[in-house]
Write a protein that binds this ligand. Structure first.
Ligand code: ZN
Length: 220
């Protein structure tokens, strides 16, 4: 893997001033591999990235979800309510879903990455702490609930409290489980099913909006 990443850095960033914004791709291939779907960063990157800050391409959450869905998984991109966001992640973990979280890269005001977003994989979560797999730096990060919630706030690149959840559950057809996006016409599947239980979608529930995987339109 490190050799692949080295090649990718060289190919996309000849000046080596900073590593490329590959976190979305690296988290995606890590989660896909947990389902036995082996992809390289070169496979996924053209499909999930768009130009971002400083002109570098970076991944978009809805495109990560679309790639996972096109790979045969059930995938949803969801924004939580601020007050119940932690419970939203715990719901995902307790139901065995794989989750990529989009959060601030840093809160360090002296870093020029302070306006950027970052993707990590949820490894584990308890009432008061969280463990994130950060394949961009090859590390597991353990954070207190407060430290993580401080990172999971909006900034220039991130909407805040957004995650991509995936599962290998079979697709369920029927008009109650599928809709058509009014903006782009893409099929919207209300899966993973546990996340679209109506109990999560009221003002006191965990979830605020979900996003079309075809065009990033938001629905609630
Ligand atoms: Zn759409």
């Amino acid at each position: 893997m490190s050799n692949l990443i080295d090649k990718f850095v060289h190919a996309t960033n000849p000046l080596h001033a900073r590593p490329p914004r590959a976190c979305g791709g690296l988290t995606l291939i890590k989660v896909l591999s947990r389902y036995g779907i082996e992809r390289s960063i070169h496979d996924v990157w053209p499909h999930i990235s768009r130009p971002g800050l400083r002109g570098q391409r970076c991944a978009r959450s809805f495109l990560i979800g679309k790639y996972a869905a096109d790979s045969g998984l059930s995938a949803a991109v969801i924004q939580c309510h601020r007050a119940t966001a932690w419970a939203g992640l715990m719901t995902c973990a307790s139901n065995g879903l794989q989750v990529i979280i989009n959060h601030r890269a840093t809160n360090d005001g002296t870093s020029d990455a302070v306006r950027e977003g970052h993707f990590t994989v949820l490894n584990a979560i308890s009432h008061d702490s969280i463990e994130l797999d950060d394949p961009t730096v090859g590390k597991i990060r353990r954070l207190s609930r407060q430290s993580f919630m401080d990172l999971w706030q909006p900034n220039y690149e991130t909407a805040g409290f957004v995650f991509i959840a995936m599962s290998a559950e079979a697709r369920v057809d029927g008009s109650q489980n599928i809709a058509s996006c009014p903006r782009c016409g893409s099929e919207i599947r209300f899966q993973p099913r546990v996340l679209f239980d109506p109990l999560h979608w009221h003002p006191g529930g965990c979830f605020k909006r979900f996003f079309c995987l075809g065009c990033d339109a938001a629905f609630c």
